[in-house]
Design a protein around this ligand. Structure first.
Ligand SMILES: Cc1ncc(COP(=O)(O)O)c(C=O)c1O
Length: 476
């Protein structure tokens, strides 16, 4: 069933001349296809309104909620970013406290800034020897809840960008003991809603608000996502109100129709296609077991036990004297494979329900070949020193002032060598993966400056610097 698309086509075939926006008047110009133009509308009477749905859009959202096991679902045309901004804003009062994992996406930090929220962190395991952090577990969440009884909501990420998964049910139970909602950033896990096995998606495991980027792992275009709510701990009217603030006032009808179409397609075909993903991904990992130098993960045991996500292939740089970025460059230049992300310690390559055998074979052939060439090219670890240890731990953050106060303060840019002891006025991240080393309002220590200095010398991309200067709070 692709109800929205069918309705939109019906409307566009009717004999109504469009004396309204959009300006293309449903005619194709430039890069726009005729098909796209024909269903790109504005909120005229019978087409409903995403921000106040009463007709066909409401019906489609209800259909999505039924399929996803939620009490209510909301279509997002500005990605999970908009859903995260809205959920945090709806669940935590202005100036209130949010418990969040340190490795949260920047949209969470942006919500913290916009609503002057006080962040308190859940620290997850890691980084491991490749530089990857674990997903939150119940013990870490319980500890953070115990230390922050005034928290109004908890936000975790599962699966993480690198495919680490939380066991959501015990986390939800721990959070609910405090009578507050659990928000799960499941941007990377939309496919989890369609497995045949027992539920592994957050909404079915007890989370209250779940945000899924369907564009990341399902057949759907960029920017499409869904926010789902279960139970009464999150205020649905507030979520709808904030979505109208953070999303465009001219939401895209083609995107809405493709969200509806993707969810309906997955309802019909999802179990089979997710099973194919599982089978093909395990087969790929088994083929890669011959790689004795270029270690690839995750472990099949971790996949089967739900600790790691199917589809996120990690190619470790640990036995080499080169970085993940250089491995990614070799994969692109020599083997014609573009990967998702390259960090100093690893490369992340993604497979989804839409990959065909060809893609898996191409990756396996490339990595097996590269594994045999590492020694010949002198790229093994004993041939060179790594300038930065991806597993290096930085000190726990010391919060001096709020994120909002720091970002809105008078700023002074100081040399990296003079920054220790100052208060940061920008996010400083090793990008990718983008987890902040320092958040605005936190003290910059000499351990931070030494680490950043080593990263710069190794040619890594550190975001948030001004040349080799750091923005700090003036007189802070
Ligand atoms: C963990 C996580 N959450 C949220 C987002 C935002 O998703 P979107 O691109 O759909 O806005 C991303 C984007 O990469 C992400 O990695």
């Amino acid at each position: 069933m692709t109800a929205l698309y069918d309705e939109f086509k019906k409307y566009s075939g009717a004999d109504l001349y469009p004396c309204h926006m959009p300006g293309h008047k449903r005619r194709a110009f430039g890069a726009m296809s005729e098909e796209y133009a024909s269903i790109d509308f504005t909120e005229v009477d019978s087409l409903d309104d995403l921000h106040d749905p009463e007709g066909i859009i409401l019906e489609s959202e209800k259909n999505a909620a039924r399929i996803l096991g939620a009490d209510a679902s909301y279509f997002l045309v500005n990605g999970s970013t908009a859903g995260i901004l809205a959920s945090v804003s709806a669940c935590v009062k202005k100036g209130g406290k949010l418990l969040l994992v340190r490795g949260s996406h920047k949209s969470v930090y942006n919500a913290v800034y916009l609503r002057d929220i006080r962040p308190a962190y859940i620290f997850t395991e890691g980084p491991d020897e490749d530089g990857i952090y674990g997903a939150a577990n119940a013990a870490e969440v319980e500890k953070a809840l115990g230390e922050n009884p005034d928290a109004e909501a908890v936000l975790i990420v599962s699966p993480t960008y690198e495919g680490r998964m939380s066991d959501i049910a015990p986390i939800a139970e721990a959070v609910h003991k405090h009578g507050i909602p659990l928000i799960v950033d499941e941007a990377h896990g939309a496919h989890l809603s369609f497995t045949d096995e027992c539920a592994s998606d957050a909404i079915r495991c007890g989370a209250d608000v779940v945000i899924q980027s369907i564009h990341k792992t399902l057949p759907a275009p960029t920017q499409t996502a869904v926010l789902s709510v279960k139970g009464e701990l999150a205020d649905r009217e507030e979520i709808r109100r904030f979505l109208a603030i953070y999303q465009s006032s001219s939401p895209s009808y083609p995107l809405m129709s493709m969200i509806d179409g993707c969810i309906s397609y997955m309802a019909e075909n999802g179990a089979k296609s997710v099973q194919n993903l599982h089978d093909n991904f395990e087969k790929l990992l088994k083929r890669l077991e011959v790689c004795d130098k270029l270690i690839c993960g995750p472990k099949i045991d971790d996949l089967r036990s739900g600790r790691a996500d199917y589809g996120k292939l990690i190619i470790s740089a640990r036995n080499t004297c080169i970085t993940g970025k250089e491995i990614a460059d070799i994969l692109r230049d020599r083997y014609r494979i573009e990967t998702e992300m390259a960090a100093p310690g690893f490369v992340l390559a993604m497979f989804t329900v839409c990959d065909e055998d060809f893609g898996y074979d191409k990756m396996a052939d490339a990595l097996i070949d590269l594994n045999t060439r590492l020694e010949k090219y002198g790229l093994l670890a004993e041939d060179g020193e790594k300038p930065v240890d991806p597993g290096e731990k930085l000190p726990a953050p010391v919060i001096k002032i709020s994120v909002a106060d720091a970002l809105d303060s008078n700023v002074e840019t100081v040399d990296l060598s003079d920054a220790a002891g100052r208060i940061a006025a920008s996010y400083i991240c090793l990008y990718p993966p983008g987890t902040p080393l320092v958040v605005p309002g936190e003290e910059i220590t000499s351990a931070h400056t030494a680490y950043i200095d080593r990263c710069i010398k190794a040619g890594f991309n550190i975001k948030g610097l001004e040349g080799i200067g750091i923005k700090t709070v003036k007189n802070g």
